[in-house]
Design a protein around this ligand. Structure first.
Ligand code: CAO
Length: 416
């Protein structure tokens, strides 16, 4: 048994944000039917193509465990099939540009008439407001959600994070909303709309930066930022913090042995207050344990640059893995900067199913990221992404009850 067994999802998603959401639902047991334009499909099938004639990794890594039905929903025959699908399914997920579902002839009112229990889940760039009609992609979402203005170094331009907080982050938010709506439907019998705007989702993930905005207004400084230690005045908005972090537990990225030629020979190092004594012993500064400049977090805050400089003198003599090995028994929170090459080969991630090898009829074997959420009673088997229209006939015949002759006529008309 799986968490979402018997839940049927009509998956009108494309590119990255929506597909990450429906992929999670599929991993947890939902029957996800991806609807794609005949002959075209999700645009990512043909984007960043690395192997001629095969669906791209972009597509195959975002659409595991789904079935593919090609359907021209602007054709009258296609609309009739879609009507039947809406009646049969539990959730419709879409991340079209604003208004596309209405233009297709399936506004929320009509969906409700067809199926009172239907949950309609949407991702758009913005919520209601002056920008509600705008199309949005990942990096735009990072900019308008506050991530870009707070990422990077204070003396450099805003930066985009490689973590796809706009797309995959919003997909996660939407998946949670869908799970909540399904849970509520158990009691109310009614479906509802679930809406996750990308700007709002990114801002939610930047919550601590809005915290800092208010701290800055109240006190004029953010003491854990290097800028404070460097004596550079703060402006009136949360600045870019470089690699600084920490509520009460300041941290930095520090050089490790080999940093001159290896771009990832670095470690993150957190000066957690609870293990300050261990840190002092480790880096050869036992006198700092009781010293009036270093003994307490408050005493350390104005001296963080000096403190991290001293710690770096120690980390520079060790590889990032030696730093990890030395800090682990002392309960000092550190983490090596791992490259994608290292992550792809990581035995623990392979064992847990977070890095998986998948076999694909066009591509052969490729590596993907499996389900990062582990449920003890809903095991995940990662299956390859479907070929375009691979399950069209199966869905029309078995799920919607069309006869062989009807399916042939639908195909001849170019509806699927
Ligand atoms: N049959 C017939 N028509 C179909 C169809 C099907 N199966 N599937 C889609 N279409 C049509 C849509 O109805 C739409 O037609 P109209 O413009 O006439 O209404 C058309 O295809 C294009 O859809 P779209 O507007 O969603 O796609 P786009 O390439 O123009 O825009 C994107 C892409 C991502 C910018 C836009 O969909 C968007 O802003 N989505 C919301 C935000 C989002 O999720 N962004 C993340 C993208 S990943 O970085």
């Amino acid at each position: 048994m799986k968490a979402f067994d018997n839940i049927k999802v009509l998956d009108f998603t494309h590119v990255q944000s929506g597909p990450t959401c429906t992929q999670l639902l599929a991993w947890l047991g939902a029957d996800v039917i991806k609807i794609e334009r005949p002959g075209i499909g999700d645009a990512t099938r043909n984007q960043l193509v690395d192997m001629e004639g095969a669906d791209s990794l972009y597509f195959t890594m975002l659409n595991h465990n789904k079935r593919s039905l090609t359907l021209n929903t602007k054709h009258d025959g296609g609309k009739k099939i879609l009507e039947r699908l809406v009646k049969k399914c539990d959730v419709l997920v879409e991340n079209f540009a604003p208004g596309a579902l209405d233009r297709m002839g399936f506004p929320w009112q009509r969906i409700q008439q067809l199926n009172r229990g239907m949950i309609l889940a949407s991702i758009k760039g913005f919520g209601d407001g002056p920008y509600e009609d705008c199309k949005v992609y990942e990096n735009v979402a990072q900019c308008v959600g506050g991530a870009a203005s707070t990422t990077g170094f204070p003396d450099g331009p805003p930066l985009i994070s490689s973590a796809q907080v706009g797309d995959s982050g919003t997909g996660l938010h939407l998946a949670f909303g869908i799970a909540a709506a399904l849970f509520q439907r158990e009691r109310s019998g009614r479906g509802q709309r679930v809406f996750a705007p990308m700007q709002d989702s990114v801002l939610n993930l930047c919550r601590v930066k809005l915290r800092d905005q208010q701290r800055l207004v109240a006190s004029g400084v953010l003491e854990e930022y290097s800028q404070h230690g460097d004596g550079i005045a703060f402006g009136d908005t949360t600045p870019r913090a470089g690699n600084d972090s920490g509520g009460g537990q300041p941290g930095r990225i520090l050089k490790c042995k080999g940093w001159q030629h290896d771009p990832n020979a670095y470690t993150y190092f957190i000066t957690q207050a609870a293990v300050w004594g261990n840190i002092c012993e480790l880096i050869g500064k036992p006198e700092w344990k009781q010293h009036p400049h270093y003994a307490t977090p408050a005493q350390r805050l104005p001296r963080l640059n000096l403190i991290f400089g001293a710690i770096e003198q120690w980390t520079k003599r060790k590889t990032k893995f030696e730093v990890m090995a030395a800090c682990m028994p002392l309960k000092i929170p550190v983490g090596p900067i791992l490259s994608m090459k290292e992550l792809a080969a990581d035995p623990a991630l392979r064992k847990s199913g977070t890095v998986v090898e998948v076999d694909h009829p066009q591509r052969g074997k490729y590596i993907s990221v499996g389900c990062p959420i582990k449920l003890s009673d809903s095991a995940v088997q990662v299956e390859r992404a479907p070929l375009l229209g691979e399950h069209s006939e199966e869905i029309l015949r078995q799920m919607l009850g069309y006869s062989e002759a009807e399916v042939a006529a639908i195909q001849t008309a170019g509806v699927v």
